[in-house]
Write a protein that binds this ligand. Structure first.
Ligand SMILES: *Cc1c(COP(=O)(O)O)cnc(C)c1O
Length: 347
């Protein structure tokens, strides 16, 4: 088994974390005079639980993992940033990612002054194992894999990911933001096999909670301990924790919405497959898909003029002509289909 400690930054290993009032006294009492809070109640006058134990226990139950293997962040963006800061020495270490993929990886690398080395996906958006290996060197700390991938929407090959986990001396971060939309099994069930595995998920997509900013990180207890050391003490606010608990308690609603989104995706794909101007659709395991057009910008502009906004991904690698379309409500999708059926690009 590989030694994950060797990959952690020296300053992170050495640092003594901030000790909050709730770190020093975490059981319950009648009178709290230890955190300089305002005593007059308004529902949020107390600091929130710094380790979000209730939310984690609920998530552990839903996901079938141990709460000790979970860290929560202010969106996945904070989780990913913590991972960069734990492992990557600025101006020295590098990460490897597989474009076209989530734009935040490059931004986080830039913010942290860490090189992002690119091992492009193949034109069919599958992982290129040889290309990934060729980019990895002694200074590579993170491999960033997004599956299902954004913007292409497809699952990446688990067999290739497993080879990367086994054969590289790096942390492999699997971003599963869209995992709930696919039949594929999550990597969170394999944490005990791979000490170098980190899985990121989010409540922003299938759970419909983009507005509360709650990102999930699953990893070994050792990695979770390191990330806990460097996270802002109260990184998940009280309102977010409350709303998350409320929504996580309604799994039935979650399942209903999910089923409707998937049915609507199929309906949108079928409608578009029959349109002459659509040159192709990329098979999707997520709640969005790429559609190819000869003149994507014209289509984008015509839709925008009717108040329908899609994402132009046509300048991304292997995405020539592609617009990325998120599945909406049945009414929204009806509007999109109607607007597209009226488009005449021959004139
Ligand atoms: C939407 C998305 C996320 C979610 O980010 P949050 O900060 O949790 O909202 C993460 N990764 C990918 C690839 C995404 O597309």
């Amino acid at each position: 088994m590989m030694d994950i400690t060797a990959l952690i930054r020296e300053n992170v290993k050495a640092l003594k974390p901030y000790s909050s009032a709730r770190d020093e006294f975490s059981s319950s009492a009648d009178v709290y005079l230890d955190a300089n809070e305002n005593p007059f109640g308004n529902g949020v006058n107390r600091y929130p639980d710094p380790y979000q134990n209730r939310v984690k226990e609920r998530l552990a139950d839903i996901k079938g993992v141990n709460a000790k293997n979970i860290l929560l962040g202010n969106g996945s963006d904070e989780v990913l940033d913590l991972i960069f800061r734990a492992f990557c020495e600025p101006l020295q270490d590098n990460v490897v990612s597989a474009p076209p993929t989530y734009g935040m990886y490059q931004v986080l690398a830039d913010i942290n002054n860490v090189e992002n080395k690119r091992a492009p996906l193949k034109p069919d958006f599958s992982l290129d194992y040889e290309a990934l290996l060729s980019q990895i060197n002694e200074q590579t700390k993170l491999l960033l894999i997004c599956s299902p991938n954004n913007p292409s929407g497809n699952n990446l090959d688990d067999e290739v990911i497993e080879r990367l986990l086994k054969n590289t001396n790096t942390v492999v971060v699997i971003d599963e933001a869209y995992i709930d939309f696919t039949q594929k099994k999550s990597w969170i069930h394999r944490l005990s096999e791979f000490p170098n595995l980190i899985v990121c998920q989010t409540l922003s997509k299938a759970w419909g909670l983009a507005g509360i900013r709650l990102g999930l990180c699953f990893a070994s207890e050792e990695i979770i301990a390191v990330l806990n050391k460097i996270k802002p003490p109260y990184n998940i606010n009280q309102l977010t924790q409350q709303k998350a608990l409320e929504v996580l308690d309604n799994e039935e609603q979650f399942r209903q919405n999910l089923a409707l989104i998937l049915a609507e995706k199929t309906r949108l794909e079928k409608a578009m497959a029959g349109m002459l101007m659509v040159k192709g659709l990329v098979p999707s395991d997520a709640n969005f898909f790429l559609a190819r057009f000869e003149k994507p910008r014209e289509v984008f502009d015509i839709l925008m003029a009717q108040g329908i906004i899609v994402r132009d991904r046509s300048r991304e690698l292997h995405c020539e002509g592609c617009l990325r379309i998120t599945v909406g409500t049945p009414e929204e999708n009806d509007k999109l289909i109607a607007a597209m059926e009226k488009i005449d690009l021959t004139s």
